[in-house]
Design a protein. Sequence first.
Lengths: 451, 205
Amino acid sequence: MRFLGGLRRGGKRRVVVVGLDGVPYSFVNRMIGESVFSHLGRLFGDGSWKRMNSVLPTVSSVAWSSFMTGKNPGKHNIYGFQDRRPRTYDTYIPLSTDMKSDTLWEVIGRTGRRVGVMNVPVTYPPREVNGFLVGCFLSPDLNKATYPRQLARKLSELGYRIDVDPWKGREKDKTPFLDDLNEVLSRRAATMFYLMEHEEWDFFMTHFMGTDRINHFLWEQMELGEGPYAAAFLDYYRKIDEMIAGLVSRLDGRTTLAVLSDHGFCTLKKEVYINHWLVDGGWLVFDNQNEQSIKEIDERSRAFSLDPGRIYVNLRGREPKGSVAPGDEYERVRAELAEGLAELTDPDSGEQMIEKVVKREEIYFGDSFDAAPDLIAVPRRGYDLKGALNRPELTHKGELVGMHTFEDAFLFIRGEEITRDEFSIVDVMPTVLSLLRVPIPSDVDGRSLVD
Amino acid sequence: MAKGFTVWFTGLPCSGKTTVSQIVEKEIRATGRNVEVLDGDVVRTNLSKGLGFSKEDRDTNIKRIAFVCKLLTRNGAATIAAAISPYRAIRDHARMEIGNFVEVYVRCPVEVCEQRDVKGMYKKARAGEIQGFTGIDDPYEEPLAPEVVVDTDKEAPGESAQKVMAKLRELGYLGEGETAEGGEGVYTKEEEEKVKERLTNLGYL
């Protein structure tokens, strides 16, 4: 078989990246052992694979933005699936147009190499590339999701779908949801193989969102090893394993394969409504009793929160109804909030719910630092910190039974040695550039993991 | 060529014209457009150097600004003018002259402006050291039908700037979703709702 030939000297190097959203290192390790990942087990023996840290806040839009830019959010400007417009209480969905950095494929493309990119979060609207790009699940419509535009027609013919219907995940009967997941996966794989064969490329990446989707709704059943869909959950991952095997069989010796996830996963014990806590403590005040939007904030408010665990001080001169004076008062408010959050306990078990609270200057730096939350609360395993308003209790468990973890993502590179044990998702971009022998831009935060 | 236009900020001294216009400038620039700014304070150090604050000199100053705005606008630039421009008649002249004209009334009670008094001008005017100071002993004629009114005593500068940006989109001077790459539309209102619903469903909002 061709792929066993190793890197052919002199030939133009190519790289293929597979992104598996929200698949933990620990889970892959276990499933290799239990032969769910039988192909991956063999593949991962031919190279190096290690646990990887994600980003804070640990959410896919931020993690993949850090992946594709090699930078911290203070530089790329993506801090969540929702953000507030600077100096207002208006919220918006950050998109590729808000990302203030070149991406991996833009840097590669500028060297004359051709790129193909499918579905990576925060690539809508599609920015121009030297090759083609299919936008992520934030695309409202396939016809608007592609660069070049006419590619959308081919994708329609191939039955390509951007994402599953998440409504189905909330139904009690999960069969339609699972059917949908499987359908989207096989279409994506078929489209990927088609494009790899019919297009020219030096770099190709496909992102799979279905893994994160199934984890959110069925992770608990898998962990418990019981429940009507525990087996179907593993069957889905067997399909992922087969898809990667199919991909490997199509690669030649000059192509390096990397597989990564953007964050880990664990069973969600409870959602924790930070704004409920803020209201309770008098930190957050609304003009009326039935608040639906942060816009209705009263000027007595000193802080508010957005998903997940992002806390903003209502700062005078920055927020329209800011009440906290910059300087000493701002620091005092942050210190008090951090202390209060650290002491927050599960009303039922008494267990501590927040691992630590980080100040923004401890982890973010760059031109977009001003947009950063003032504090980031990092939850203990199982406690998902939410920004929802108007929740009657501090904690609740809903239909979502899985949540993200920071420290349990992974990276695999075939035929290479990953040289460090402690690294994070910002290191992947310079690593891929190294594999392609493309110079790493000087403003990238990450460092290459290969020699 | 993109459609040129002029955003004309008018209001009392220290009402926030420069502050808001600078944010608008940045926002428009981020859409990939070429932007030129004629700020009253800056203009008086070059284009209108030597002119005083008599009615005649003020009118000459505004006419010069309007003339440059016209040239820029017809060449596709996004043009921003920020000047007290207290007299209605001369603002209307600018409107006629320029054509694609978006008047922004930067409204703020004179007491609040006086408190801000960035350059100590109100103090001097109160002390009688400056004569003909708009808002103190010279009139400011409010616009009757400005395209945008921003209340800088109540809104944050960013909020005011967003109002201006929304109007520019509404009037078709900026694309609904004009992007830094000059590329495709981002979201229509309906699409944004659809995506928000999806994110809510997935527990991300």
